[in-house]
Design a protein around this ligand. Structure first.
Ligand code: NAD
Length: 460
């Protein structure tokens, strides 16, 4: 196979054909990147910042072309595609504003020391960014921009389901003035990702499923290089008895169904206090039923098709498993009628804790509701998964929400909000949701390694 066929999930039709990489072309891209990085590591931060800001302007000036291709290849509704590209520019601003101070040389000697002690922050070298398709601009640029700003080169493998967006990113980085060879796109499927990992990289930054993360860990774990894994989630929300339903219902429904639920921090489990369960359930179903499902190029569409057609079968199996557990399908539960890989927005009342719907990432428009009798049970239920990405509490009482969330093992905790990422905060997973963090200042520092200088003048 020499070409990758790109298919529109809304229609099932091929929309483009792109040449695939192979071991030989990857080795060439890697050695070009190595050569370019040797010079780039000596460039000033100011020069790098200028390239990043030009890149940001190019993203905004070409937003319509970029958003359309993102929608055509992933099925993401066009308004959400534009939203992703617009918001990624605030992440670029954060990286640009914070990298210079992070790279500053620090003098740390004790005042009475005769040895000058200094810390310098050097780049890692050539890093690989192997990435997911669900938010290709976010997960691609969370790595590529801080890696370049801190003096690294990047071989970037976008998902095979977001290749056009990956190619646009690399084209615009070049147009913005990042030197030739410094950033390269590796086109292909798992096979190309695996081949990329065979190269003598200085770091691997991966965003994708837990299963692939485990394979990557096995493959490169013994190679003593920087490795970060941003994996899946099974994110839970607890709605307390004092929560405002007028706020909680639309907020949680959007957090569960935005991008057809294909988000690492999409809400997948909602635990609701017994005393408000029935009212929450009725209002939630009404809210979800109002979502417009359809052509992702239509400005009014809120839910488009699933990006990967084969995922329809996976979700149907989860629904079947729920039926076997005597869970109640309150809404949907089937493939949406017509062509394309659409799945009906689905709400299921789950009685048990151990079904697939409560344990396994769905990554689609399915959400499970479950009654709980109080805060302690909710904490146990929120923690009852192998994942640990995010959790949220809806309540009018901030102290109560914070008390609950301190007991929940997740990287991000939300009070009265959900499905939210900020450039100012590190994005990290606990337990099976990964290793390391992107975003925040940690998400810049992770592309550097410190060098400690001990400088002693020769005695006279
Ligand atoms: P995936 O694991 O199937 O693929 C991710 C990338 O890895 C793709 O580029 C793929 O080609 C490549 N790949 C697959 N097998 C490989 C191998 N053996 N060696 C090297 N590369 C390989 O995941 P996906 O379907 O693209 O993305 C969905 C998953 O990503 C979900 O689990 C989601 O929760 C997760 N995700 C996590 C975050 C986060 O920040 N934690 C963000 C977005 C998505």
């Amino acid at each position: 196979m020499t070409h990758l066929i790109i298919t529109n999930p809304a229609t099932g039709q091929a929309i483009a054909e792109v040449g695939l990489d192979n071991q030989l072309s990857l080795s060439q891209k890697f050695s070009d990147a190595q050569g370019a990085q040797r010079l780039w590591r000596k460039s000033s931060v100011g020069e790098r910042v200028e390239c990043a800001l030009r890149f940001k302007s190019l993203l905004l000036s070409q937003i319509e072309i970029l958003a359309r291709d993102l929608t055509l290849e992933t099925g993401k509704p066009i308004s959400q595609s534009r939203g992703e590209i617009r918001s990624v520019t605030s992440r670029i601003d954060f990286f640009v504003e914070n990298t210079p101070s992070i790279l500053e040389r620090q003098s740390v000697s004790a005042s009475n020391s005769t040895v000058e002690e200094v810390i310098e922050h050097e780049p890692l070298g050539v890093v690989a960014n192997i990435s997911a398709w669900n938010y290709p601009y976010f997960v691609g640029l969370n790595v590529v921009i801080p890696a370049l700003l801190t003096g690294n080169a990047v071989v970037y493998k976008p998902s095979e389901f977001a290749t056009l967006s990956g190619l646009h990113i690399v084209r615009l980085l070049k147009e913005a003035g990042f030197p030739s060879g410094l950033v390269a796109c590796a086109v292909g499927t798992a096979e190309v990702g695996d081949a990329l990992l065979s190269l003598p990289l200085n770091g691997v930054f991966f965003t994708g499923s837990q299963a692939t993360g485990q394979k990557i860990l096995q493959k490169v774990g013994s190679r003593m290089m920087r490795l970060q894994l941003e994996l899946g989630g099974k994110d839970g929300i607890y709605v307390c008895d004092d929560a405002s339903l007028a706020h909680a219902v639309p907020s949680i429904a959007e957090g569960a169904f935005y991008n057809a639920g294909q988000g690492c921090c999409s809400v997948e489990r909602v635990f609701i206090h017994d005393s408000i369960y029935e009212r929450f359930k009725d209002a939630f179903i009404k809210e979800v039923s109002s979502f417009k499902i359809g052509d992702p190029l239509d400005e009014a569409t809120f839910i488009g098709p699933l990006t990967r057609p084969q995922h329809v079968k996976f979700l149907l199996e989860q629904v079947d498993d729920a039926r076997k557990h005597n869970d109640k399908i309150l809404l949907g539960g089937d493939k949406f009628p017509g062509g394309g890989s659409y799945f009906s927005p689905t709400v299921i009342e789950c009685n048990k804790a151990n079904g697939r719907l409560m344990q396994e990432e769905s990554f689609g428009p399915i959400v499970a509701l479950q009654r709980v009798s109080g805060d302690d049970v909710a904490i146990a239920r929120l923690n009852d998964t192998d994942f640990g990405l995010t959790a949220g509490v809806y309540s009018k009482d901030k102290d109560r929400a914070v008390r609950i969330l301190k007991e929940v093992e997740v990287g991000s905790a939300y009070w009265n909000c959900c499905d939210r990422v900020s450039p100012y905060l590190p994005w990290s997973g606990r337990k099976g949701s990964g290793i390391g963090a992107t975003l925040g200042t940690e998400g810049i520092r992770c592309f550097t390694q410190s060098k400690s200088w001990h400088l002693r003048p020769q005695p006279a």
